[in-house]
Design a protein around this ligand. Structure first.
Ligand code: PLP
Length: 485
C-alpha cells in the first residue's frame, strides 16, 4: 500500500498510484514499509536483468499480479535495448561506468519510460478506462516518453515542445516518431509556455468533461510517478552483480555509487535499493552549477532562491528536486507533518530548513559534489586522454565526483556522448557548428559506435510538422481523444 509523504490517511494501491502520479494532497506516494522485506542478493547474482526486474518490481507493487509484472517487463526490455545486459558496466580508469543509455532513444530516461506505460496499461486493463498523457518537453524526455507509449494498449500521448528551441537532433527524433496513439506538436513560445499550458489543460473543466465522457483520464508521465522510480532500482542491483562477476568485489562488500543528479529520482532509486538490502557505502550526489543540492546536503537548508544557470548538462538544470521529498520522508523517521511543513515553506518562501537529526541521517549516506562547465569539460578531456573513453557532460559531472571522492565507484552514465556531440567535441578541443556533422566527427574519435537510432535519424521520414499557438493546444488534445475512441 502507498500513502502520501504528507498525510498517512491519503492512501493508494500501487496501481492507483501509477495512474494518479501525484497524491491528491500534492505529496508523493511512498510505501511506509519499504525495506522490511529484503531482496535476496544471492538470487540477484544468478538471474538476468529481466528476472531481477520482475523480482524487484513484484516486491514493491502490491496489487500487480506476478504475470502482469513479468509481461510488462518483457514488453519493456525484450529487443528494445542495444545491449543484452540492458545496462552494461564498463571499467573506465579507477571507476566503473554504468551505461544507462542503450535504450530505444539513447536516453537514460528510456529505462523507466519503457516500463511505465506497460504498468499503466496493466493497471487499466479491465477498467474500461484509458489514459492520455500530456507532456511538455524541453527536448529529451519527450522522445523517450513517445517511444515508451507508442502503440501501448489503452494509452495515448500528446507531446508539446517549443518551436525552434530544441536541438536539431531532438526535433528530428520527435518529428519522426511512429505510432497510432502519438501526437507531436511544436508551439510558438518557450518551454515555460508549453509547460504552463499543459498544467492549465489538466485543470480545464471543459477538456476534462469531454475526456470523462470518453472514459479517458488525463495524466502525466513525470518522474515523481512510482512507475518511473521503481524500474530504476533494478540497475543498482545489476551493477552490483556485474562487479561481483568481474571479481572487483566480494558478495556483501559495500559499494560507492556516483549519480548525476537533477530531480533526485535516479539517486533516490539507489537509496530504495539500499533499503532493500543492496550493500552501499555512499551515494555521491553530483550536481552541475545549479548546486542547490550541494548546499542542502552541506547545510540542511534547501534554498531555491538563486539564479538558474543554463549548463552543458541541461537535464540537471533544476532548482527544485521533487523526489527529494521522498528521501526526507524516510530520513525524518516518516514524519508526515514535518514534510508537509517543509513543503509549505518551499512553496511559500522558496526555502526550508530540516532538523539536525534528519540532516545527520542524510549525511551518513549521501555526499554532495558539484562541477561547473569548465570542470566538466576538463573531466571529459582528461578521461578521454587517459582511458580513451568518451563521457557525455552529465556523466562527466558524476565521474568528477568519483575522482574527488577518491575511491573506486560505480559512475552512473545517463547519456550517450553522441546526444551532446558539439559540447563533447568542444571539451576535446574540436569544434563543429552543424549538429549532424558533429555527430559524424565525434564518431571518428570515439571508439564506441553511434547508436543505431541516432545513426539512422538524419534520413528518417518526418511524420509530425505541426506548429500551433498556445490556445490551440486544447484542440490538439481533443483530436487525440477522438482518435482514442
Ligand atoms: C534526467 C536526467 C538526469 C537527472 O536524473 P534525475 O532523476 O532527475 O536526478 C541526469 N542526466 C540525464 C541525461 C537525464 O536525462
Amino acid at each position: 500500500m502507498y500513502q502520501s509523504t504528507r498525510n498517512p490517511e491519503c492512501k493508494a494501491s500501487a496501481k492507483q498510484a501509477v495512474l494518479q502520479g501525484i497524491a491528491p494532497d500534492g505529496g508523493l506516494f511512498v510505501d511506509s514499509t519499504l525495506g522490511k522485506e529484503k531482496i535476496d542478493l544471492d538470487r540477484i547474482l544468478k538471474q538476468n536483468y529481466l528476472e531481477n526486474a520482475a523480482m524487484i518490481l513484484e516486491s514493491l507493487l502490491d496489487d500487480y499480479l506476478r504475470e502482469e509484472i513479468e509481461e510488462a517487463v518483457k514488453n519493456a526490455y525484450s529487443g528494445t535495448f542495444a545491449s543484452e545486459d540492458i545496462t552494461p558496466l564498463v571499467k573506465v580508469g579507477d571507476h566503473s561506468v554504468l551505461e544507462l543509455f542503450h535504450g530505444p532513444t539513447s536516453a537514460f530516461k528510456d529505462v523507466a519510460l519503457t516500463l511505465l506505460p506497460q504498468l499503466m496499461s496493466k493497471a487499466l486493463a479491465g477498467t474500461g478506462e484509458k489514459v492520455l498523457i500530456l507532456t511538455a518537453t524541453s527536448g529529451d524526455t519527450g522522445k523517450a516518453a513517445l517511444s515508451g507509449f507508442q502503440d501501448v494498449e489503452n494509452t495515448g500521448i500528446c507531446v508539446f515542445y517549443p518551436h525552434g528551441k530544441v536541438s536539431a537532433i531532438q526535433q528530428k527524433q520527435m518529428a519522426s516518431q511512429k505510432g497510432n496513439n502519438v501526437s507531436v506538436t511544436a508551439i510558438e513560445g518557450n518551454f515555460d509556455d508549453a509547460q504552463s499550458e499543459v498544467k492549465r489543460l489538466f485543470l480545464d473543466e471543459d477538456l476534462n468533461k469531454k475526456a470523462a465522457e470518453k472514459g479517458i483520464r488525463l495524466s502525466s508521465a513525470n518522474s515523481i510517478n512510482i512507475g518511473r522510480l521503481v524500474p530504476q532500482i533494478v540497475y543498482y542491483f545489476e551493477a552490483y552483480k556485474d562487479l561481483v562477476k568481474q571479481g572487483a568485489i566480494q558478495p556483501g562488500q559495500k559499494v560507492v555509487y556516483s549519480v548525476p543528479t537533477g530531480n533526485f529520482g535516479d539517486v533516490l532509486a539507489g537509496y530504495y535499493a539500499s533499503l532493500l538490502g543492496l550493500p552501499v557505502e555512499k551515494f555521491l550526489v553530483a550536481s552541475n552549477a545549479n548546486n542547490v543540492l550541494y548546499d542542502f546536503l552541506s547545510s540542511g537548508t534547501y534554498d531555491r532562491n538563486r539564479e538558474f544557470v543554463s549548463t552543458i548538462s541541461p537535464s540537471m538544470d533544476i532548482l527544485i528536486s521533487s523526489n527529494l521529498e521522498r528521501l526526507l520522508y524516510y530520513m525524518s523517521g516518516k514524519d508526515e507533518a514535518k514534510i508537509a511543513g517543509w513543503m509549505k515553506d518551499l512553496a511559500e518562501k522558496g526555502s526550508y530548513q530540516v532538523d539536525e537529526k534528519t540532516l545527520e541521517n542524510i549525511q551518513e549516506l549521501f555526499v554532495p559534489f558539484w562541477s561547473d562547465d569548465d570542470k566538466t569539460r576538463q573531466t571529459i578531456d582528461e578521461v578521454f586522454r587517459e582511458t580513451g573513453y568518451v563521457l557525455d557532460p552529465h556523466s562527466a559531472v558524476a565521474y568528477r565526483a568519483a575522482m574527488e571522492y577518491g575511491k573506486p565507484a560505480v559512475v552512473l552514465s545517463t547519456a550517450s556522448p553522441y546526444k551532446f556531440s558539439q559540447d563533447v567535441l568542444e571539451a576535446l578541443d574540436e569544434t563543429e557548428s552543424d549538429e549532424w556533422k558533429a555527430l559524424k566527427k565525434l564518431s571518428g574519435i570515439n571508439p564506441q559506435q553511434v547508436p543505431v537510432n541516432l545513426a539512422e535519424l538524419e534520413e528518417a521520414e518526418i511524420l509530425h510538422s505541426r506548429v500551433v499557438n498556445r490556445p490551440e493546444m486544447a484542440e490538439v488534445v481533443e483530436e487525440m481523444m477522438e482518435k482514442m475512441g
